[in-house]
Write a protein that binds this ligand. Sequence first.
Ligand code: ADP
Ligand code: MG
Length: 712
Amino acid sequence: MDRSLQLADSLGSLPWISPRELKTLNAAGLASVGDVLMRMPRRYEDRRRGGDVASVQNGDTVCLQVHVYSAGWRFSYKRYFELSVGAEDEPHGVRLLLRWFNMPYVAKLLAVGMDLFVYGRVREYGGRLIMVNPDFEQMEEEDTGSRLVAAAMGDAAPPAAAVQEQRQPIHTGRIVPIYRGLSGMPPRTYRGIVWRLLQELPRQLPPAGYDVAPKYPYREALNDIHFPAEDELQHKARMRFALQECFAQQFRVAWRRRRAQQEGGMVTATDGAYVHELLAALPFELTAAQKRCIEEVRADMASPRRMNRLLQGDVGSGKTLVALCAMLYCIGSGYTAALIAPTQILAEQHYRNFCRLLAHTDIRVSLRTSDRADDTGSLQLDNPAEADRTPRLLVGTHALLYKKNRPQNLGLAVVDEQHKFGVEQRERFISSAGTAPDVLVMTATPIPRTLTLTLYGDLDVSVIDEMPAGRGEIVTALRNPAHMKRIITFMESELQAGRQIYIVSPLVEESEKRAHAAATSELERWRAIFPNESIGLLHGRIQGDEKEAVMADFRDNKTHILVATTVVEVGVDVPNATIMLINDADSFGLSQLHQLRGRIGRGSHKSYCILLSKLKKGDERLDKLNVLCRTNNGFEIAEEDFRLRGPGDVLGTAQSGLGAVQFPEWLADLRLIHRATRDANAILDADPALTRPEHAPLRELVQNEDDTAVTG
Ligand code: ADP
Ligand code: MG
């Protein structure tokens, strides 16, 4: 029974947590001691700033040490519990009234004669000084000593070790942690539980997992992050936990990278005949960046090592062609190549594009989406003998991941617009392919460098950092709806010149039905403005053949205006479209706006992106829109987005498959990431199989990685 508390212990085993409290904690997903202690404060309140009851004034937010002279229920417009309090040595000097509304339990805890710490804001009301619903704490006999008074007055706190010996105030007279609220549990109860867990944990505690900073014991950091004696300690502790998290992530990345490198790949890209044929037939020259990327990819494919490469390039930089060359190398060597797109529209567009470019070859291009299977020949995926005979290029959506569709004899998998898939899906696809095909991941969303190292650290990276020549300039302007008349005149002149227009609206509605209604009414609005133009409508509810028909009409210039939601975001290619009007642009993310803008400026004409916003000049939500007006460089925009929104949010949108990140600050910290990566590699160099006993926690860390590879 003398066993001390462990992080893994169930909260249910603690007699001092009531069944009701336990239920609340469990409902919030907190089952173990560690669950509670790894739930970090959302912020802190400095309640050290002490004050003298005698000199407290209207408007002060203070922590005071007071004596209770009277207590009781009162009623004015509402029932409340009231204490009159003052300095202890001055019985007639009642200075302050404390009132609690809707908190009947307070009456059970407080009584005349007690000494309390109270924290709150003082207000003058009817000539009296009042604190409403203050936080409070009863001082025990020994607490009234000078140490606590000193703490309450904001003087230097005693050394941490000494403090632990004695009873300390939890809710007042110190820097107090504020946690995200749990429904059904008062904040002070929760804070009290955290406090008591920390008290009962043994002084020495190995961290859960590998210890990245043994000089600053994990145990101490736990204290510091929940109940910091000084503000800097809280930062120091956060930094330590951030490093711990960063290291765990980068270690997994390093492990995955090594594992991929060890895996035998296939030697493809031995025959470049298809590639030469294609390039000779193109009406334009490849950019130098495209050539370099193709060569990097080819070299990877030709080596017996498995390729695991990321192809990064801004919208319109010509990634598809690089991917196609890679696929042709693969097919030329007798293997099947597959390209997976995130949406059906894109899969179909690639499919059509490839069919056209490869029409003169004997390559069979097949389309596999959830809706249908199209084929230039007859598609019989279940017949391996047949599949092996014809050089084949498969295009599909995630439907290609389903078992019955898994391609045979796959030599190369290209994953387009990777950010829409997430790391796990990528892994699943790769491992489901059976053999070990080369993998090329393409992303048009430039992401900040630090995120590349975290999300794609296991991949080699090729960057297309150059746009094809002859692209029309894109001008971006921020406008208020008050300018609508002039905008419409301008749109008319572009239409007259034969150009086409995108009009994009954000979809805030949650229900599809209402989204549909909103999109339709937007369509009606534009029909009224341009009664003589043919206008198409595209939104999430329009699916399959209908969607395809709408896109085809716009592509073929049968419709001149396309009213759409963000379904036009990725990859859609209509070079004749020169205006993109974005309604309520402020409600989109920066990277998303950049993606949208990438739909124009694809031909040789000058293009215009008009960002409409109802926000007033000077509103800081317009900052991101001004970034877009300033630059067209996707990488610059990504860094700016990162800075404006913070790593947590950017990561959220990236649907990274990174899992929960508790300390997003490290995602923006290049130095920390480099350090973690270096440490991870040093460990793996010295002990590649992690067999040393001290590396057992690291083995555990990567166990999951291996599991997904086997079972995925
Ligand atoms: P993204 O990188 O956004 O996927 P795409 O591969 O769709 O870009 O290319 C956009 C357009 O540019 C396509 O119409 C493509 O044919 C064309 N393109 C690609 N490379 C070149 C080049 N080197 N010169 C001119 N046009 C190019
Ligand atoms: Mg593309």
